[in-house]
Write a protein that binds this ligand. Structure first.
Ligand SMILES: Nc1ncnc2c1ncn2[C@@H]1O[C@H](COP(=O)(O)OP(=O)(O)OP(=O)(O)O)[C@@H](O)[C@H]1O
Length: 689
């Protein structure tokens, strides 16, 4: 157990009194609480480790980060400890809540420019600090910008952050497909060459738009569509006409961040010097402007939850089940959705519906929440055109949908990650913390203008802004103890405040309950070549966090996404077979086919691996037989055993060959479908023009 701030925050649950719930994530609830011995109000994030067993690495990273950071604009943990099956992270209480919650409660159309400038400047300071220390936050968004009662701004949520200095497995995790779709940079989606700090700059630009409009661009669309639009459309931005209320410098700042080529985006410290931030004001200004008149955070949180519940009830008749409702939650920016096969189909259907412009109203999307921006219809932007092999096979638009059930049974064979992955995950000692992490010493000296210092002197109810530059000695428990074992030992199981049935959306632990499908073609199983570490166990599969994707690059094709619909191919000679068919109509089916192909490819790889293992076993068996029968061993039996092995090898080679051929066929089919899709999209664009 570790103590990370100067004050001695107790490391046991009895020393805290949990009050109302003020926030929640997929497997965590956040409570206002009292630290009894210090008589200080804090926030406690209670993470249910049983529910997070697929993402223990993420939790470990988050807790590490929250303890190591030392910057006034980053939310630092006071301490963390396990209590029963939960991990408690004690942190300063941010009484204003997140910018997203504030907007939802009182500013549905976004904030005024000076407010945005002030908020973003503080966030940017946090990013400058993180980037200078080699970290990418990877989840910058209004929901992760918290404000305390004095108006102090802190960037929170390090659950998916990554370190640029990591090597090996950890480096691979840096190339992970991770983040929240609407805020995700194109290069993160593409997975072509990895990405770096500039991914945060893109998310920062999207966050600027979110703060300006009350919601992120494309937020009304389902995740697959968001990915497609982010890659194919021109970058979103502030419109010169529609966003008249905003200054030229704001528009320019956003445009500078939202450039598709990451190299052309400014670094965080360069961006910090942008003219737009000159209008930033004090924390006090924020407190007066956006916090004044707001109800206590707990009340607001309860009201928002009640609204959401109402929304769900209203839509229940329309959508029937929870999975579809979670999709709706995502669309509204609430951020939860559940991955399963039904979702996949629903999403495909939704894309069609949106494109067909038939039933956005049916979906009960509030007009206010819609992004007019999204409807402008930016010209499609071609990305890294790539020549593709052609085959004569005609596309079967509904292949993908029809074959989803086959996939389900095929995927059900994939290994699951047992709860035992918990073991060791929090067994971190001081030494472990230093490993692979940059030094955080003297790290809070970044970009502090006199004005900043002025702002940062404020403290509030329980706030410990951690001005000290000292690096905490360790983060999480030093005890080498299995968390799972602690769960049963402990009598300190925290009382849940404000129970919530919906929280059962989190991933189930058993194969029969597991959802293997997802909204993305990248949704794949654990890297079949890598079974080595506990970290891999948690990195290897798609982690289903609220509103986020996470797939390691290791799970992607080693030769690059040749069969990925994110890479439009170059213009070819083939013309569409059905000129009257609109791109919108075939898009969902094509996406499903592509997704299916990707999954089939994975299945083939798995079979190859299995075949290789079987081959190895057969040799081993031969050798075992040799030892047992050593007395009657002759040159003939040796020869015949060897021949049998070789013929087995041959037949395995043949099946591998045919599997590889099948893979090639699928790739070609895929490429052809992509090409046709592109042609259709172009045609439609021409018609529109
Ligand atoms: N220190 C804090 N003080 C007040 N509220 C907080 C604090 N930390 C978190 N919250 C609230 O709780 C919510 C959930 O917390 P957090 O973002 O850490 O969880 P999460 O599981 O990572 O959620 P998500 O995946 O949606 O980002 C936040 O959006 C915020 O509204």
């Amino acid at each position: 157990m570790e103590q990370v701030s100067e004050k001695k925050f107790p490391l046991n649950a009895e020393s805290y009194k949990l009050y109302e719930e003020v926030g929640e994530g997929v497997s965590a609830t956040v409570h206002r609480a009292l630290c009894i011995p210090l008589n200080e109000i804090v926030a406690i994030k209670v993470l249910d480790l049983e529910k997070c067993n697929n993402d223990l690495d993420g939790i470990r990273r988050e807790v590490q980060m929250m303890s190591l950071i030392d910057h006034p604009n980053l939310l630092r943990a006071h301490c963390s400890f396990t209590a029963g099956q939960n991990l408690w992270v004690v942190m300063p209480y941010m009484a204003g809540g997140s910018c997203l919650h504030i907007m939802k409660s009182a500013y549905p159309d976004g904030f005024e420019e000076p407010v945005i400038s002030t908020l973003l400047r503080e966030v940017l300071k946090a990013l400058v600090y993180l980037h200078a220390h080699g970290h990418i936050h990877r989840d910058v968004k209004a929901g992760n910008i918290l404000i305390d009662s004095n108006g102090a701004v802190k960037l929170a949520d390090f659950g998916v952050s990554a370190c640029m200095f990591d090597t090996g497995d950890r480096q691979r995790s840096r190339n992970t497909f991770v983040g929240t779709p609407c805020w995700m940079a194109p290069e993160v989606m593409q997975q072509l060459h990895g990405y770096d700090f500039k991914a945060d700059i893109w998310s920062f630009g999207i966050t600027a738009l979110e703060l300006a409009h009350g919601h992120a661009p494309f937020s009304k669309y389902p995740p697959m569509k968001v990915l497609l639009m982010t890659l194919q459309n021109a970058p979103p931005g502030l419109d010169y006409e529609r966003d008249k209320r905003f200054s030229k410098s704001f528009k320019e700042m956003v445009a500078a961040c939202l450039v598709k080529d990451p190299k052309k985006r400014p670094s965080s410290d360069k961006l910090f010097k942008h003219h737009f931030f000159k209008q930033a004001r004090s924390y006090d200004y924020l407190a007066r402007t956006i916090l004044d008149g707001l109800r206590p955070l707990g009340d607001r949180f309860r009201m928002l939850k009640a609204k959401e519940a109402d929304f769900l009830v209203q839509n229940k008749a329309l959508y029937g089940d929870k999975d579809q409702l979670s999709q709706q939650e995502y669309i509204r920016g609430i951020s939860a959705w559940n991955f399963n096969l039904e979702d996949l189909k629903n999403q495909a259907a939704l894309i069609q519906d949106y494109d067909g412009a038939t039933n956005t109203e049916d979906l009960n999307l509030s007009v206010k929440q819609r992004d007019n921006h999204d409807d402008v219809g930016y010209p499609a932007e071609r990305l890294s055109p790539e020549k593709a092999n052609q085959s004569d096979a005609a596309p079967q638009p509904d292949d993908g949908l029809n074959n989803i059930h086959d996939l389900e049974s095929s995927l059900a064979a994939f290994p699951i990650q047992p709860l035992k992955a918990l073991k060791g995950c929090f067994d971190l000692c001081a030494d472990d913390v230093g490993t692979g992490s940059p030094s955080w010493k003297n790290a809070s000296q970044l970009h502090s203008s006199p004005k900043d210092e002025d702002q940062e002197t404020g403290t509030d109810d329980g706030e410990n802004l951690g001005q000290s530059c000292s690096m905490p000695s360790a983060v999480v428990p030093c005890r080498k103890k299995n968390v799972k074992a602690q769960m049963h030992d402990s009598v300190l199981y925290p009382k849940r405040v404000g129970g919530d049935g919906d929280r059962e959306f989190v991933q189930p632990r058993y194969p029969s309950d597991r959802n293997y499908s997802g909204p993305l073609p990248y949704r794949q199983k654990k890297d079949i070549n890598n079974h080595s570490s506990a970290e891999d166990t948690s990195e290897g599969a798609v982690v289903q966090r609220k509103g986020r994707f996470k797939v390691t690059s290791a799970e992607l094709s080693p030769k690059g996404p040749t069969n990925c619909f994110f890479n439009p191919i170059s213009e070819g000679s083939a013309s569409p077979t059905t000129p009257t068919l609109s791109a919108a109509a075939v898009l969902p089916s094509l996406q499903c086919i592509l997704q299916q192909n990707n999954m089939q490819r994975e299945e083939i790889l798995r079979l190859i691996k299995y075949a290789e293992q079987t081959s190895g076993n057969s040799m081993e068996l031969s050798e075992v037989g040799t030892n047992e029968l050593s007395l009657v061993w002759t040159a003939d039996t040796f020869r015949s055993t060897r021949e049998e092995s070789f013929s087995l090898d041959d037949s395995l080679q043949q099946s591998i060959g045919s599997l590889v051929e099948e893979l090639q066929r699928q790739k070609m089919k895929n490429a052809q479908l992509e090409k046709k899709l592109n042609t259709l999209v172009k045609k439609e664009e021409k018609i529109r023009e």
